[in-house]
Design a protein around this ligand. Structure first.
Ligand SMILES: NC(=O)C1=CN([C@@H]2O[C@H](COP(=O)(O)OP(=O)(O)OC[C@H]3O[C@@H](n4cnc5c(N)ncnc54)[C@H](OP(=O)(O)O)[C@@H]3O)[C@@H](O)[C@H]2O)C=CC1
Ligand SMILES: CC(=O)N[C@@H](CCC(=O)OP(=O)(O)O)C(=O)O
Length: 324
């Protein structure tokens, strides 16, 4: 019997990517779509390429108190817009929140699926990591776990595609003329993703004091590359070996022998990690790549829902990236 799922925020970039993955999922059946301004339109109006079986499904106005019978709800609402409404969803409906309202919130499991799948299995309230933390924490986890770097003073320099800002945008810097042929740093010293990164780093032991995270907008549609500088006396080979051990049985993380590029992950739930280290300089450089809409949002959300429902973790996520 199929698993009945809904998506709220389906007209957005995260919700639209969840639709794409769920439409091809072997066990999930999309029975409910909701939104705000898009309410009333059929899926085929918003997504002309949607499979015929879903074309006539109409987007409902979002009201958590009038949900149909659902097993899983994916929420992809602007951060700040989901906490109150999702509290009204019956507890029998499993929720994966792609937005930022429930990360490390009481009663919610932080869904870092490649690192701690056992914590997610069977859960019913899962907060997806932010897109930058998804790339960063997958890269750092093997090093922290093996004690190869110190948790203090980690510096993360990140580049993101424009879709990371969502369809909503609302800020002129995301328009084509403002974002094409230019690189824009933003969020210096205060980006909202720092607390969840610090909390996860400290979960491996020690203090994340002195954490620096600086994101940059890059004129590309999808993709995140994080370049991380940490202190530690490991060699490159030790870092790569630690990551290969850590991710030995994990299906979505590739430990590469050369620096990864954003296009390698495009349209997939893959995460690429690579390391270069110089013990003489007490320096470890970690590189991580994800698709912000894949591992950074809808891909990891489907992976989390698979774990929550006891399905194979890879169900619906085995497609290769789009290239070129
Ligand atoms: N874009 C990305 O790469 C990532 C995004 N996220 C997070 O995921 C969430 C969604 O982001 P994203 O998809 O990019 O954003 P978008 O702006 O693309 O989409 C958000 C959608 O939410 C709907 N919406 C807004 N307010 C309401 C409301 N009150 N009730 C019902 N629906 C509403 C809108 O639908 P309508 O058209 O119907 O009004 C809109 O299309 C955010 O929290 C974001 O930070 C997380 C990781 C990566
Ligand atoms: C380019 C861009 O603006 N990216 C977003 C990150 C998207 C994301 O992961 O957002 P949430 O944590 O709110 O879910 C940002 O920097 O805030």
């Amino acid at each position: 019997m199929s698993i009945r799922v809904g998506i709220v925020g389906i007209s957005g970039f995260g919700g639209g990517e969840a639709l794409r993955l769920i439409a091809a999922h072997p066990e999930f059946e999309l029975v409910f779509a909701a939104g705000s301004g898009s309410a009333g339109s059929r899926l085929a109006d918003r997504f002309p390429g949607v499979p015929p079986k879903l074309a006539a499904l109409r987007i409902a106005p979002w009201d958590p108190e009038t949900l149909p019978d659902l097993d899983v709800l994916f929420a992809s609402l602007p951060t700040g817009a989901s906490a109150e409404a999702l509290a009204k969803v019956p507890s029998r409906v499993k929720i994966v929140d792609i937005g930022g309202d429930h990360r490390y919130a009481p009663g919610w499991t932080y869904g870092l699926a490649d690192v701690w799948p056992d914590r997610i299995a069977g859960q019913s309230r899962i907060a997806n990591p932010g897109c930058f933390p998804a790339a960063t924490l997958n890269t750092l986890a093997p090093l922290l776990s093996a004690g190869l770097i110190r948790p203090e003073g980690i510096i993360i320099d990140a580049k993101t595609g424009i879709s990371g800002a969502g369809r909503g945008g609302g800020d002129s810097r995301f328009g084509y003329a403002d974002s094409n042929e230019t690189l824009q740093p933003y969020g210096l010293l205060q980006h909202t993703h720092m607390p969840e990164m610090a909390r996860t780093i400290e979960g491996f032991g020690g203090s994340a004091r002195g954490l620096v995270f600086t994101p940059h907008l890059v004129p590309m549609t999808r993709g995140i590359l994080v370049t991380i500088y940490a202190r530690g006396s490991a060699t490159t080979a030790q870092c790569l070996d630690a990551a290969r051990d850590f991710y030995a049985d994990r299906p979505f993380v590739r430990v590469t022998d050369r620096p990864p590029q954003t296009k390698w992950a495009s349209g997939s739930n893959l995460s690429f990690v690579h390391y270069a280290a110089d013990p003489e300089r007490d320096l470890v450089i970690g590189l991580g790549v994800v698709d912000n809409l894949g591992k950074g949002a809808a891909g990891q959300a489907v992976q989390n829902a698979n774990l929550a429902c006891g399905l194979p973790e890879t169900a619906g996520l085995e497609g290769m990236p789009v290239w070129p």
